[in-house]
Structures are given as C-alpha cells and as structure tokens.
Design a protein around this ligand. Structure first.
Ligand code: UFG
Length: 328
C-alpha cells in the first residue's frame, strides 16, 4: 500500500488522518467538496475538490492516481440538523458512500476504512458498549452511518471489498505539531465550546441538563484524541491489507467524563474561570456513552495513548493560537 485516498480529508478528523499518513510516508490524495472542510487543513497531500456524488469526478481521481486503499470521512455530521433535514443526510452520506463504493468496484480497489459513529447504537443497552450490542439509532445521522455499514457488508459479499467501520465516540484534541485542529461552523461540540468560553469568545458554557442519572447529574461521554483515532484508521487499513476480516470497531478510551468534569479539567488546563450555567436538556442526548475498545485492541492492536488532560491541552493550544479557526 502506497497511495491512499482520503475522502473528507479537509475536515476535522480527516485532516488528522492525512497528517499521520504523510508522516508515515504514504502518498495521500484528498477528495473534498470543501463544504465544511478547510483547504488549509490539508498539509502534504494532493487535494482534488469535488463531490463524492459526482461519479465522473471520482472516476477521474481513480484514473489519475494508483489508489491502493480508501478512507472515507466525507459526511454531514450534525445530529440536530439531521433530525430536521433527514433527506440532506441520506442524500449526502448514503449516496456519497454508494458513489465511492461504485468507483472502487469499477477501479478494482478492495479496501475501505469508514468513519462510523457511536450514534449507530442509539440509547445503549449497557455500558461499556460492545460492537455486538443493539444498533437502533435515535437520529438520522446515526441511521445514515448504520445504513452505510449495511451497504459495506453487502459490497464485501458481492464484490470482495473489505471494510473496517470505525465507530467513534467523542473525537476531540488537535495536532499541535502540524498545526491543525477543530473548526466547525456552527460549533456544537462541548470541548471547543468550553475553550471558546475560556478565550472570551462566548460569555459562558451552557450545561445541557444536570438531572441525568449520573454521579453529578450531567451527561457522561468517552472522549478520544483525534490523533488516537487516526492511528486506529492506519492500523485498520494495514489489517485489511494483511487479509483481515471486515467488521465494525468501537473507538473510545473506555473511560467516561461528565460535562462538569470536562469544564473543571479545562479550567485547570487553561487557568481561566470559564463561566458555566445549567440549561435545559438537549433533545436526544443519551445520559452515558462509554466504549468497550476491547475488539479494536485485540483485533487491530490499537491502544489509545492520550488521556483527557492531553486532549484538552492540545485543543487549547489549537484554539488559543487560532481563535478564529483556519484562514483568518
Ligand atoms: N453539551 C453541553 N453544552 C454544550 C455542548 C454539549 O452540555 O454547549 C453536552 C451534551 O449535552 C453532551 C456532551 O456535552 O452531553 C457532549 O456533547 P457533544 O455535542 O460534544 O457530543 P455528542 O456526545 O452529542 O455527539 C458526539 C459526536 C456526534 C455523534 C455522537 C454519538 O459529536 O457526531 O457523539 O453519540 F453522533
């Protein structure tokens, strides 16, 4: 494997994947329509701007480069928006992946690592969540990712395209060496919002509910460093290259932190007060989501290396040096 196609490589997690592949000496080709991604985040790779749903565009890219494997991050990912506009999510996420798989089939490319999500589980049956647990998404975002996992399974059977679907828990952090980080507009994720409050760009953080059945009443999530996520993708690609069986894998640290614990850790890391007020619950938030990462450890040989303080401190380095994100 030498040349890797990264779809959505200008986005938050995709750009960290590109940085790792470049560091490891791969030739990297990024396809991205730049609708939510940033060209400035693509460092050391070739960028072809276009949409996955454009089959001619993908045919050109697959003809231009000797692609050995694909990593697909390209998707819309706002849970709330997916509830109000499900067709936008099916139309982009599912159709984009279908188009990518069609190009792979036509060009004889047999390995894909796919960006899936803990949202495929919906309201979990138990903690920590294992890959064999019930998958019943509670929003269209999770439903589109699960639909794509189904499409991958059938494409493996029909065309021999091997896949690893990686179900991320809460991605956070930044690559301070390369100088890339999280820049969403609008921002909805907790850690960047907390750090924007530390920078004075927001006057406070709203804590969405403190009456959940958790130790301090706020929601518990499993935060995983984006660089650890990138390492897992590379291991997954190598695993498929060695003939590994297709499957789905959870990617999380296996430890949960509450919203209040995140804010407290950010206060410690940044030395800032970070005002916070309790607000009503956000619709559709499960109280606790913690990954069992046993399968990824055993099958892929993955071991996350960075804990919460490192996640927040790397994110702080990024946000404090790029208070307006990319390009400003
Ligand atoms: N939260 C707040 N205040 C905020 C923002 C978030 O209290 O201003 C809380 C949320 O209610 C939640 C926790 O912080 O309890 C984390 O929220 P995020 O929005 O950062 O992340 P989610 O857990 O909601 O979502 C993440 C991914 C989604 C994915 C989902 C899977 O961002 O893409 O996990 O469960 F679908």
């Amino acid at each position: 494997m030498k040349t890797i196609l990264v779809a959505g490589g200008a986005g938050y997690i995709g750009s960290h994947m590109v940085a790792l592949l470049v560091e490891k000496g791969y030739d990297v080709v990024v396809v991205d329509n730049l609708c939510t991604g940033h060209w400035q985040a693509v460092k050391g790779a070739k960028l072809r701007v276009g949409d996955l749903r454009d089959g001619n565009f993908l045919d050109q890219v697959f003809s231009e480069f000797p692609i050995d494997g694909v990593i697909n991050f390209a998707a819309y990912s706002l849970v709330g928006e997916s509830v109000t506009n499900p067709l936008k999510y099916y139309g982009n996420n599912v159709a984009g992946s279908q188009s990518m798989l069609t190009a792979m089939k036509n060009h004889g490319v047999k390995k894909i690592v796919f960006s899936s999500t803990a949202a495929t589980y919906g309201e979990p049956e138990k903690q920590p969540i294992e890959e064999t647990d019930r998958t019943e998404p509670t929003n269209p975002y999770g439903a589109t990712k699960l639909a794509i996992e189904g499409m991958l399974k059938w494409c493996d059977r029909a065309y021999g395209i091997k896949y690893a679907a990686l179900r991320y828990f809460n991605a956070a952090g930044a690559n301070t060496e390369v100088g890339i980080g999280e820049d969403h507009n609008p921002e909805s994720h907790l850690i960047p919002i907390v750090l924007q409050a530390a920078l004075g760009k927001r006057d406070h953080v709203g804590i969405f509910g403190d009456d959940y059945p958790t130790p301090d009443g706020t929601c518990v999530r499993d935060y995983i460093h984006v660089r650890d996520l990138a390492s897992a993708h590379l291991l997954a690609l190598e695993y498929l290259d060695k003939g590994g069986e297709s499957g789905s894998f959870n990617l999380g640290n296996g430890t949960g932190y509450s919203v209040k614990e995140i804010i407290d850790t950010a206060r410690k890391v940044t030395g800032k007060a970070i005002p916070a007020t309790v607000e009503p619950r956000r619709a559709g938030d499960p109280s606790v989501l913690i990954a069992s990462n046993k399968k990824a450890q055993e099958v892929l040989g993955w071991k996350p290396e960075r804990g919460l303080e490192q996640i927040i401190s790397d994110a702080w380095t990024w946000h404090s040096s790029h208070p307006d994100g990319y390009g400003k």
